[in-house]
Design a protein around this ligand. Structure first.
Ligand code: VGL
Ligand code: ZN
Length: 222
C-alpha cells in the first residue's frame, strides 16, 4: 500500500467511528448540571456536543451515578462538610453533597440528552459502603461494575469518553478503560471539570501518562 494511503487511513480511522468503537457518556445527570446538588460549572454545555457525537456512533453506553440515601460518599452521612475528606477501608474519600440519589430528579439524565439508541446504561455507586467514580471498577478497586466485561463481549476496542466530571468520573473511567486494554479517546470539549485543588490538571496528566488520547469533537465530526 502506498505510504500516502496508509497515512490517510490512519488519520481517517481517528476521525470516523466504526463497529469496534463505543461512546461512553459519563454521568450527564441533573445533579451535575447548573441548579443540581453537585453542579459542575458549565455541565449542561456538554449536552449538545454529546448529542452531536452520539448521532454518529452506533455503540453508545451511558453511566449513571446512582447512590442510595445515606451513601458513604455523602458528607451528611458523617455529619461533616462537603469537600472534606475521610479515610475509608479502601482509601481516602472526598465527601460530597447528597447527589444522584436513586429515583430522584437529580439522578435523572439531563432532559436535553438525546441517546435513544444507547445500548446499555451502567449504574454505579449503588453499594452503600463503596463509591464508584469509574464506570468499570468501584472505588475499592476490586468490585467490577460489569462494563468492562460488557465492552469486551461486544468486541469494543476503542472508547470515546465524554461527560461529567472530567476530573472524577470521566478520568477514572478513562484510566480503567486503559487498564482494561482499550484504546481511549478523551473528547475534551465534551467534558467539564469540578476542579477541586487542581484536580483537573492532575487528571489530564494522569490520563496522558496512561496513553489516553485527547481530541476535540470538531476534529472527530469533521
Ligand atoms: C462524580 C463526584 C461524586 C462524577 C460522581 O460524576 O464525576 N463526582 N460522584
Ligand atoms: Zn457520586
Amino acid at each position: 500500500m502506498p505510504i500516502e494511503l496508509m497515512m490517510f487511513e490512519g488519520i481517517t480511522s481517528m476521525q470516523t467511528f466504526g463497529q469496534y468503537d463505543a461512546l461512553l457518556v459519563i454521568d450527564v445527570q441533573n445533579d451535575f448540571c447548573p441548579g443540581g446538588a453537585l453542579a459542575v460549572p458549565g455541565g449542561d454545555e456538554v449536552v449538545p456536543i454529546v448529542n452531536r457525537l452520539a448521532a454518529r456512533i452506533a455503540n453508545v453506553v451511558a453511566t449513571q451515578d446512582w447512590h442510595p440515601k445515606g451513601h458513604v460518599s455523602f458528607a451528611s452521612t458523617h455529619g461533616l462538610q462537603p469537600f472534606q475528606t475521610i479515610e475509608l477501608p479502601y482509601g481516602t474519600q472526598v465527601l460530597w453533597p447528597d447527589h444522584c440519589v436513586q429515583g430522584s430528579a437529580g439522578a435523572e439524565f439531563h432532559p436535553g440528552l438525546r441517546l435513544p439508541h444507547a445500548q446499555a446504561v451502567i449504574r454505579k455507586g449503588y453499594r452503600p459502603e463503596i463509591d464508584s467514580y469509574s464506570g468499570l471498577v468501584e472505588a475499592d478497586r476490586t468490585t467490577p461494575t460489569g462494563l468492562g466485561g460488557y465492552l469486551t463481549e461486544r468486541g469494543i476496542r476503542r472508547v470515546f469518553v465524554a461527560g461529567l466530571a472530567l476530573d472524577f468520573c470521566v478520568a477514572w473511567t478513562a484510566l480503567d478503560a486503559r487498564r482494561h486494554g482499550l484504546d481511549v479517546v478523551l473528547i475534551e470539549d465534551a467534558c467539564r471539570a469540578i476542579d477541586l485543588d487542581g484536580s483537573r490538571e492532575r487528571a489530564l496528566n494522569d490520563m496522558q501518562a496512561a496513553g489516553v488520547v485527547r481530541a476535540l469533537s470538531d476534529e472527530l465530526l469533521a
